[in-house]
Design a protein around this ligand. Structure first.
Ligand code: GUN
Length: 287
């Protein structure tokens, strides 16, 4: 069994991206700029945006951090996004989700110009992805494809079972995998699926993005399957300095006895999501 080292793959790709940034600065005088907006102080979101900003600066990019109080109105946020759409120093705009309940995700996402939508969340980019046009690919799904390839698996012709139908991971990932380039057969399971194990037992690739620990256990897997764990769950743990530890949606212990390869949490998918964000921001700056 192999643990898929997302940190290592992320480091390799980030070195390439940093080289791309250096060249773009030298040849065109352009520094890729990413605006990261966080509304409120959700602890997980604070930790994600801090990591995104740090990675951005390490790659030689310009990072504009915009942290707003949880009381910010939808109109204020939409207006800010509009200003960033016309700001030439900014090539990518990211609004960390979820936003507070009084703000509609849709209103904010729709406000982002598709040309600066480095998350790949706008309806225009989602539609382009679905029909195979050039677009910003959503970061987590794109990073997962890189991870599976890094684990040494040729995805073409394989059966992938995706668990979870979020707009950020499950749905776009299922769509990406079934495109001609990757050519996988995809089963999308969700909370309406009566017996997920019936499908996972047939799967060469299991991607779990359900937001619930122990959604996948070893007995649900075909021997040798590749397991990609997108979950990030905080479990109270008094022995840890922060009072919690992170676990994924797959039970690592039992899965690692059956799987051929598995991503750890942390250190699997997370670093790759951020890396693909940098990738998209560099692409956006290249124009
Ligand atoms: N919340 C959880 N994942 C993501 C992501 O990839 N992008 C944004 N903007 N918010 C998120």
């Amino acid at each position: 069994m192999k643990t898929i080292d997302g940190k290592q793959l992320a480091a390799n790709l980030r070195a390439e991206i940093a080289e791309g940034v250096r060249k773009l600065k030298e040849e065109k005088g352009v520094t890729p700029g990413l605006a990261v907006i966080l509304v409120g102080d959700n602890p997980a979101s604070v930790s994600y945006v801090t990591a995104k900003e740090k990675a951005c600066v390490e790659a030689g990019m310009y990072s504009r951090e915009i942290r707003l109080p949880g009381t910010t109105s939808e109109d204020e946020l939409v207006k800010l996004v509009g200003d960033l759409n016309s700001d030439p120093a900014i090539h990518g705009i990211l609004v960390q989700l979820p936003v507070p309940k009084h703000i509609r995700d849709k209103a904010v996402i729709d406000a982002i110009s598709p040309e600066k939508d480095v998350d790949g969340f706008t309806p225009v980019n989602v539609g382009r992805m679905l029909i195979g046009e050039k677009c910003f690919l959503p970061c987590t799904p794109h990073g997962i494809i890189k991870l599976i390839e890094f684990a040494g698996m040729d995805i073409r012709g394989k059966h992938a079972v995706v668990i979870g139908r979020s707009n950020i991971v499950g749905k776009p990932f299922a769509a990406l995998l079934s495109r001609k380039e990757t050519n996988a057969t995809v089963t999308l399971c969700h909370t309406g699926t009566p017996d997920i194990s019936k499908f996972t037992r047939e799967a060469d690739i299991v991607v779990v993005a359900a937001g619930r620990p122990n959604t996948v256990t070893g007995d649900m897997l075909k021997p040798g399957a590749v397991v990609i764990d997108v979950g990030v769950n905080r479990i109270p743990d008094a022995t840890r300095p922060k009072g919690f530890r992170l676990v994924g949606d797959a039970d690592f212990e039992s899965c690692s006895k059956v799987a051929g390869a598995i991503t750890p949490v942390p250190g699997g998918v997370g670093p790759m999501t951020i890396t693909m964000l940098l990738w998209n921001t560099l692409e956006a700056a290249r124009g």
